[in-house]
Design a protein around this ligand. Structure first.
Ligand code: HEC
Length: 184
C-alpha cells in the first residue's frame, strides 16, 4: 500500500515538474491610445483609479502578472480568465465598439459591479486594492449607468440616421453625407 502511495506521489510530483515548462504567454497585446477607454471617455480620477485597481488586470491589455502566474497549472486558470474577460469587455479596445455596444457594455459593467459579480471574487484574496467598499461600488455602478445613458443617446442618433430620418435630422444632413462605420 505505502509503495503504491509513494509511486502515486512521485508521479504527481513528476507531472507538476513537467508542466512547469508549459508557462503562459504574458506579453500584453499592444495598446492604441486612440482606442483606449480613458482616452475616449472622460473618466474622473477616482473612477479611473477604481477601474485600474479592480478591472484592468483582466479587462485590458495592461495586465500585471504576479509571481504565482509563474506556477502551472494556476497560471493556466488565470490566463483563461484573462482571455475570457477580454473577450467580453476590453477597455484597451473600447474604440472598436459602436455606440450601441458601448452603451450595452457600460450598462453591464454597472450591473456586474452592483451585484458584486465583478471584480471576480476569486481575484480578491490576492488583490486587496480591488476589494471595493459599498461606497466605491455605488460610485462605479452609478458612473457606468450614466455613461451607458450617454452612449445610448449617441446610439439612438445613429439608428435614426440609419432608418427614416426625422425632420430635424433630415435638415441637419443637408449637403453633408454622414458616414457610418459597419462592424461585424
Ligand atoms: C480576475 C479577472 C477579472 C476582474 C478583475 C474583473 N473581471 Fe469582469 N469578467 C471576468 C471574466 C472571466 C468574465 C467573463 C465570464 C463571466 O461573466 O463571469 C468577465 C465578464 C465581465 C463582464 C461581461 C458580463 C457579461 O455577461 O457579458 C463585464 C461587464 C465585466 N466583467 C465588468 C468588469 C468590471 C467593471 C470590473 C471591475 C470592477 C471587472 N469586470 C473585473 C474577469 C474579471
Amino acid at each position: 500500500m505505502s509503495k503504491i502511495l509513494k509511486w502515486v506521489g512521485l508521479s504527481l510530483l513528476g507531472v507538476l515538474v513537467i508542466i512547469q515548462f508549459f508557462g503562459i504567454d504574458k506579453t500584453n497585446p499592444p495598446i492604441e491610445q486612440g482606442e483606449e477607454f480613458m482616452t475616449l471617455v472622460e473618466t474622473p480620477p477616482d473612477v479611473a483609479k477604481l477601474l485600474k485597481d479592480a478591472c484592468y488586470d483582466c479587462h485590458s491589455h495592461e495586465t500585471e502578472y504576479p509571481w504565482y502566474t509563474n506556477i502551472e497549472p494556476v497560471s493556466w486558470w488565470i490566463a483563461h480568465h484573462i482571455d475570457e474577460a477580454r473577450g467580453h469587455l476590453n477597455f484597451s479596445t473600447w474604440g472598436r465598439y459602436n455606440a450601441e455596444k458601448k452603451a450595452h457594455k457600460a450598462e453591464e459593467s454597472g450591473e456586474e459591479v452592483e451585484k458584486e459579480k465583478m471584480p471576480l471574487p476569486t481575484y480578491l484574496p490576492m488583490h486587496p486594492e480591488a476589494r471595493l467598499t459599498g461606497a466605491q461600488r455605488e460610485r462605479l455602478a452609478s458612473w457606468f449607468k450614466a455613461l451607458s445613458e450617454q452612449e445610448g443617446r449617441t446610439s439612438d442618433k445613429t439608428m435614426e440616421g440609419d432608418s427614416q430620418p426625422p425632420m430635424e435630422a433630415a435638415e441637419a444632413s443637408h449637403g453633408e453625407e454622414e458616414e457610418h462605420e459597419h462592424e461585424d
